[in-house]
Design a protein around this ligand. Structure first.
Ligand code: SF4
Length: 316
């Protein structure tokens, strides 16, 4: 990924700070089941959308399940695109849930709200799957401008439906977390303060409750990078990320304990590296060839987009 000539590449910044990013014990398996999505969000690092054909097929899904049987992961995290649109999603949930302590399902909320996902919602609840939902803003026009027409209202409807069946409610064990990202080329405000505002206002105005709140910076890849370039924000945004480099953030980087698998079964250090076709540790490996977890101590393959994860309090 190109970087403004005035900025040093990420790997050089690490060298200058005498920092090496290497793997710790792998505890999280993140499975990207495909780039097919019902939305075309402006910040999407994967360029996901309704016309994408990259969808995990049955054979690859079975190979991923076999890997999760060979190698125990404390957390298995299903993401996309919109995982709801993968034809094998129910099978994946049923077969992966018994193999881990925590199964996570990432949803954009609207894909769960097309009137045809009741069986999936029932399965998620039955297996106590934690739902991590994208909900960028409390402002409807801001959300719709970033994610598409009527997305805010549809998301509210889905959150209400999930609350009704116990998600986000106290003492149900059905976790519902919200993820917010900025609507433009700037870093997110304090996660703690924003989280409190989301809790208070969603309760007051919409009667909606949820558990955790996370806010992340937009990664300058895919559709977001294209928007940055078209709007002539790219250089400034890269400068903002690089000048916010925080060596302390390296400790908690998600890539150090995470294995990311793509729709066609290849391994990566994270979903962002997947978007950049940077294979795990720089080596192309298919899940069917992988016997165990990646070795502790192996180097993580980095790129200039990694400045996003080390900016401010980082991306954990
Ligand atoms: S983008 Fe870079 S720093 Fe962030 S998780 Fe991926 S490999 Fe690690």
């Amino acid at each position: 990924m190109p970087i403004p000539s005035t900025l040093e590449p990420f790997f050089q910044c690490l060298l200058k700070n005498d920092i090496k990013i290497y793997r710790k014990k792998a505890t999280i398996l993140q499975i990207n089941v495909g780039f097919l999505c019902n939305q075309v969000c402006r910040h999407c690092h994967l360029n996901a959308g309704p016309n994408r054909t990259e969808v995990m097929n049955y054979e690859t899904a079975e190979a991923v399940i076999a890997y999760a049987k060979r190698c125990y992961f404390e957390v298995i995290d299903i993401t996309g695109g919109a995982p709801e649109m993968n034809p094998n999603i129910n099978m994946l949930i049923e077969k992966l849930a018994p193999l881990t302590s925590k199964l996570i399902f990432r949803s954009n909320l609207t894909a769960l709200n097309d009137g045809k996902k009741d069986e999936l919602i029932h399965l998620l609840k039955y297996h106590h799957t934690a739902i991590v939902a994208s909900f960028p803003s409390l402002n409807d026009s801001q959300t719709d401008s970033q994610r598409g027409h009527n997305v805010f209202q549809k998301s509210i409807e889905t959150l209400r439906k999930l609350n009704e069946i116990g998600y986000g409610q106290a003492n149900t064990g059905l976790e519902l977390s919200l993820v917010s990202n900025p609507s433009g080329a700037f870093l997110p405000p304090s996660q703690e303060k924003t989280g409190k505002r989301f809790h208070d206002l969603l309760k007051q105005k919409q009667g909606i409750v949820f558990n955790d709140f996370f806010s992340f910076a937009n990664v300058p890849l895919g559709r977001f990078r294209n928007w940055l370039i078209e709007s002539e924000n790219y250089e400034d945004y890269m400068r903002t990320l690089a000048s916010s480099f925080n060596p302390e953030a390296v400790q908690g980087l998600m890539c150090r304990t995470l294995v990311s698998i793509s729709w066609d079964g290849y391994l990566y250090d994270c979903d962002f590296n997947q978007a950049e076709n940077i294979y795990i540790g720089g080596r192309k490996v298919h899940v069917s060839e992988m016997q165990g977890c990646p070795e502790e101590g192996t180097a993580i393959a980095v790129g200039n987009h990694c400045y996003t994860c080390t900016a401010g309090s980082g991306f954990t």
